[in-house]
Design a protein. Sequence first.
Length: 251
Amino acid sequence: MGLATFMSGFVAPLFIVVSPLTSYADQTYSIHKTKSSAGFSLDIPLIMLVASLLRVFYYPGAKFDTSLLIQSFIMIAIQTVLLKVALDHRPGPSSKGGEMATPFVGGAEFGAPRPYNFWQWRSPKPYWQFLVYLFVTLAALELILAPMPGLYTLYSTSIGYLGLSIEATLPLPQIMANYRTKSTKGFRPSVLVSWIAGDMMKMFWFFTATTEIPWAFKLCGIFQMCCDLYLGVQWYIYGDRPQGLGLGLKQ
């Protein structure tokens, strides 16, 4: 019982707080070192930045555990740096593994191009403009709706579930790519093991913590864990076949 309390009260929250650094610092350094972001999808910073910003603005209405709030700020910081480094060292659109590569090839996964080439712009400026506009919009809505308790509660819950749902979709492009190529080549088993171990730690903490953990976190965490476990099934079934390359989205 003492060990479980220690894990739930100290180890798990610390793991949650530092997880953005352990997950993405190496990817950032690798791109900087090689001077190339070939094979890295710019959609990863998009998903994590949008999800983390929504989670930050979810906090005033939900008052969830501060470890999750701190994690959101650290995630925003590391993903901002990662996006900057990836844009600085972005290959041309015709380069192998360049910015137009999977998982979201101009919407090709869904049979349609992206409206206005969203998040596939050639200039770095629109990326930062989008993030600034998103932050300003969320801040304005916070100020406008905060004095209206009934409406604000609905708004806060909505952006909370939206942000966590967006984050939970991160494994889906990898799953689709593995299914399409019938291979997990390039998708390291060690990475998969770290994902599943992280999911197990999160689930342990979400359901044993004495602090407030909204059900939005629990439900989206369960969905993401199921996706990661399914990736494990794919790795077991397909193995390291040469037909295609895994994307390694969470590297």
